[in-house]
Write a protein that binds this ligand. Sequence first.
Ligand code: ADP
Ligand code: MG
Length: 350
Amino acid sequence: MAMIRFENVTKRYRGTAKPALDRVSFEVLRGEFVFLVGASGSGKSSCLRLILREDTPSSGNVMVLGRDLRTLANRKVPYFRRHVGAVFQDFRLLPNKTVFQNVAFTLQVIGSSRAFIRQAVPEALNLVGLGDKQKRMPHELSGGEQQRVAIARALVNRPQVLLADEPTGNLDPATSIDIMQLLARINANGTTIVMATHEAGFVDQMQRRVIELRGGVMLRDERHGRYSDTSGLPQLQPEQIRGAAAAAALTAVLELQREVGIEPTVTDAAIATASANGVADAVASSAPVPPSHSAGTGEPQHATPEGQEARPRTQPVPLVDRAEADVAELGLADRLGLGGSQDDEVGPTS
Ligand code: ADP
Ligand code: MG
């Protein structure tokens, strides 16, 4: 079932000559993890704002959860948004509210019962590992913890879709790893995720679907994509992040495999190797690093001198796909909420 569908969507902002999105079409299915990549200004945030119905297209159709957003009445938008969570680069927490109150706030706004709030908020905070910080204020938390609160807030309604607009953009590499792992786990539990990002390492290692925008035009849509194809985009991240991100992705896969009871195909040593390569590459700075082969994890990425074509050199390691296949085979899809039994639940009807 299509969770999100763009049909020939064009977005023009007032007073601008060039459209921010130019005849973009794609479809996101239930349970998918989609990376939306592209340089700054390529239209990623515009895309996510249209999905959230924070904005409307100049032409074309945006369908979310079976709803044509063009015909969705304004008064129904809050109900619609219960089903679509969102997190942002700058967290957007309410500074004068505690962690608990921040997560509870959206529920209060939509009129949830106090009993439900008392149950759902701690559940969401436990899910993101912050069960013990409910009384803290946002300024008492690290950036990573603040983003976890934002994720808990986005998930507290159990939305079918989670949108993440550069969620690791303000975080250091190690913290970004934690957040990426968390998002991978949330997706493994059945939530469809669309994530706009610049983090090449995550995209390369996760081997998930990649939709690339350039100047508002969709350049590619690959089922198992990489951050940069043959296009040599200039915004590739430094090797340090790339290595750390590689470790993160592998750790996330390992956790997923353990969680669903699959024989792990990722070793702790492989994760350490990925991590170490990042550090080594950082030391070597811009000098190209000779290839070193490490079985099972693919070759480490190379430093790419600016201006040269950034051709990916890793072999595909479809670990996540393999995990997905195993999940299906073991009949775990339903338990993880990946089954089709909720197909008639297409969002708000009131
Ligand atoms: P990204 O998230 O990929 O950086 P955006 O969607 O934010 O890209 O922006 C796409 C293009 O639309 C850019 O050229 C940007 O300047 C323009 N744009 C975004 N929001 C507005 C706005 N509210 N008014 C006018 N132009 C905008
Ligand atoms: Mg943006």
